[in-house]
Design a protein around this ligand. Structure first.
Ligand SMILES: Nc1ncnc2c1ncn2[C@@H]1O[C@H](COP(=O)(O)OP(=O)(O)O)[C@@H](O)[C@H]1O
Ligand SMILES: Cc1ncsc1CCOP(=O)(O)O
Ligand SMILES: [Mg+2]
Length: 271
């Protein structure tokens, strides 16, 4: 169900162009905080969002989309049933899907839900360092939805989780880390204002799903999405007076991003 690893190598710019060529329909089951922000991020970047979460319709709806993003940020039993149904439908249809394990270390309910979802083999897992540590079963110091651990501290756990689950694992923070268990990259794009705006991580997870829908190697598509989002953050910060105007400028920067700008601005290195 995962794209084969023998795709020709694409640059982040080529991944952006491929995503936009497809204008992928991305089903998002996300939290109440992120719903609007994530939809606007997808639209600005060139994808098409659909916030569909009811178990009653997802079996019918998920096969119509090009990628799925599941974020457990504000879980409840009905939504959890919808998440499991959507993940099952994505797996059955061979669609790429991304898991965002928000605050998974905080409660046993979130841990159990992520355990259920992991059984449906996410294509990519994207979280902050504390979330990836907790999901990997390593002691983490998360504070709710925020990380209290460094990306570096989560790298070994991320690799182990990728090997164990066969998901690509993306750990975000000041410098992001992406691994498929065999290969790894660091993405140095981003700006310190990004964690000062809620739901940007959640929105990035949805953007990763959109980039996966563009095809190619799933790890490289993930790296491309992170570089694109981080670079948009850098550009947005240039004229921002603080987190409020930054959030608006980030949407504008994603909309204005071109493959050429991304080619020049992506700071990706092998890890
Ligand atoms: N201190 C920072 N400096 C630069 N970029 C950051 C920083 N913290 C987070 N980011 C960026 O913010 C985005 C969201 O990541 P993160 O804050 O780790 O997710 P979450 O909101 O899920 O905790 C990513 O693009 C990441 O690279
Ligand atoms: C604040 C909050 N509480 C539950 S979900 C959520 C949003 C978290 O968003 P992000 O992980 O992108 O910062
Ligand atoms: Mg998050």
């Amino acid at each position: 169900m995962h794209p084969p690893a023998d795709h020709p190598i694409r640059t982040p710019a080529e991944h952006l162009a491929a995503m936009r060529d497809r204008t992928p329909l991305v089903q998002c089951i996300t939290n109440f905080v992120a719903m609007n922000v994530a939809a606007n991020v997808l639209l600005a970047a060139g994808a098409s969002p659909a916030m569909v979460h009811a178990a009653e319709e997802t079996g019918e709806f998920t096969p119509l989309v090009q990628a799925l993003s599941i974020n457990i940020g504000t879980p409840s039993p009905g939504w959890a049933t919808g998440m499991r149904a959507a993940a099952a439908a994505a797996r059955a249809a061979g669609l790429p899907w991304v898991l965002d394990p928000v605050a998974v270390g905080a409660t046993s309910y979130r841990q159990a839900l992520c355990g259920d979802l992991m059984a449906f083999e996410p294509t990519v897992i994207r979280g902050n360092a504390s979330e990836i540590l907790a999901l990997a079963g390593v002691e983490a110091r998360g504070r709710g939805a925020d990380s209290a651990d460094s990306v570096e501290a989560a790298e070994t756990a991320a690799r182990a989780l990728a090997e164990r689950s066969w998901a690509v694992v993306a750990v975000t923070g000041p410098v992001d880390y992406v691994t498929d268990g065999a290969r790894a990259w660091r993405i140095a794009n981003g700006h310190p204002l990004m964690p000062k705006v809620t739901a940007l991580g959640c929105s990035l997870t949805a953007l990763v799903a959109a980039f996966l829908a563009g095809g190619g190697d799933r790890a490289e598509a993930t790296v491309a999405a992170l570089a694109c989002f981080g670079l948009a953050g850098e550009q947005a910060a240039e004229g921002a007076a603080g987190p409020g105007s930054f959030a608006v400028a980030l949407i504008d920067a994603l909309h204005a991003m071109t493959p050429e700008t991304l080619e020049r601005g992506a700071r990706v290195s092998a890890a």
